[in-house]
Design a protein around this ligand. Structure first.
Ligand SMILES: *Cc1c(COP(=O)(O)O)cnc(C)c1O
Length: 361
């Protein structure tokens, strides 16, 4: 057995050699951020912050799992709102989006089942699939024909099949063909699960079996959830281990999320602005038109992506380099995200900086 610290040092050195070591850094102050997932600019909205503050009167923490004594009064209205947004009968709030995906997939799928996932789905869907013991197969990104080819070949060998995708892809900003995947699920007798972490509001009117989402991005707070039929929700709150064996969210997190969702609902211009700003940038740089608030500028190597991020810093802007293993090898990128709070001038300055540095042009 190696010494524990020595073992970790050796592993870190190997990662460093691959430019894959990660560091926690303080967010540099004074930079205009094009790196946050706070798309509607609600995490700092005074009404949202005040809702969190007021809910603190009910305690700073939930004190226990929701199945014990942690099911405080701030869950029910939030879950009703989430169910309505997704046109589902019911919803269940988990500790985080990661926990929602992990707990749901492991509760529903097991050995003898097949999970057919888009090549680019988030790590927590993959982790859930692996933990479930089901067979995992990947279809090429957004390629419905490839998904169908896999179903034609393999459907008969498995009991239950879950098709898993994202609504808006976190590192690419493009959208899944959800209606076509739902048709496929019907045709081949599969369930469809959609991770909506980067969507929320203005959902496609498609009868998806399981919507998953987070309260930590556009909803400006923290937590995750599933929206589905009542039996699915009732089963998950009994069988999803990441729900059962984990403490409920604090009142403030729930109250803040509910306030944020209500503001987003009431202000369609706030919901539309991030994509409009992203489109302004893709148009100015001659990139493929943005389909969401996320633009990837693919640069290839990790070094190139890091250099681009450093160059923007010199212009007073924060944009993160996204590297393997978060994205496939050879597709390291600058990931730009837009918020309803960005001013037109800030976005024009970003365009000028990108052009000046020759990034993405
Ligand atoms: C962020 C993210 C998650 C995890 O949500 P958290 O609430 O941050 O745990 C899941 N899926 C996707 C696609 C994400 O981007």
């Amino acid at each position: 057995m190696p010494d524990l610290s020595q073992y970790c040092n050796d592993r870190l050195q190997a990662l460093e050699a691959q430019h894959a070591r990660r560091h926690l850094r303080a967010v540099p102050p004074g930079l205009v951020s094009f790196a946050s997932n706070d798309y509607f600019g609600l995490s700092t909205h005074p009404v949202v912050v005040e809702a969190a503050r007021a809910a603190m009167a009910d305690g700073a923490g939930a004190g226990a799992s929701r199945l014990v004594t942690g099911n405080h009064a701030h869950f029910a209205p939030l879950e009703a709102k989430l169910a309505a947004i997704h046109r589902q009968p019911s919803a269940l709030v988990f500790g985080s989006g990661y926990l929602a995906n992990l707990g749901t997939i492991t509760a529903l799928m097991g050995p003898g089942d097949l999970i057919l996932a888009d090549k680019l789905v988030h790590a927590c869907m993959i982790d859930g699939a692996q933990l479930s013991g089901a067979t995992l197969k990947r279809f090429r990104h957004n390629d419905v024909l490839h998904a169908e080819a896999l179903l034609t070949e393999y459907r008969g060998q498995y009991d239950k099949v879950l098709i898993a995708t994202e609504h808006v892809f976190s590192m690419d900003g493009d959208r899944a063909p959800i209606a076509a995947l739902e048709k496929l699920a019907m045709k081949y007798d599969c369930w469809l699960m959609v991770d909506d972490a980067h969507g929320l509001h203005d959902e496609p009117d498609v009868p998806v079996d399981i919507w998953m989402g987070t309260l930590s991005k556009a909803a400006g707070s923290y937590g995750g959830y599933i929206a589905a039929s009542q039996p699915v929700i009732d089963y998950l709150l009994t069988a999803a281990r990441s729900f059962v064996f984990s403490t409920g969210l604090p009142p403030a997190a729930c109250a803040a999320a509910l306030a944020a969702l209500s503001i987003a609902e009431a202000e369609p211009e706030r919901r539309a602005r991030p994509v409009q700003l992203a489109r302004r940038v893709t148009q100015a740089l001659g990139l493929t038109e943005a389909q969401s608030a996320i633009i990837p500028i693919i640069l290839g190597s990790s070094e190139a992506a890091l250099a681009a991020s450093e160059a923007l810093k010199r212009h007073g802007m924060l944009a993160v380099a996204i590297r393997p293993p978060t994205v496939p090898p050879g597709t390291a990128r600058l990931r730009l995200t837009f918020s309803a709070n960005h001013t037109d001038a800030q976005v024009d300055a970003l365009i000028a900086a990108l052009k000046h540095e020759g990034i993405g042009a």
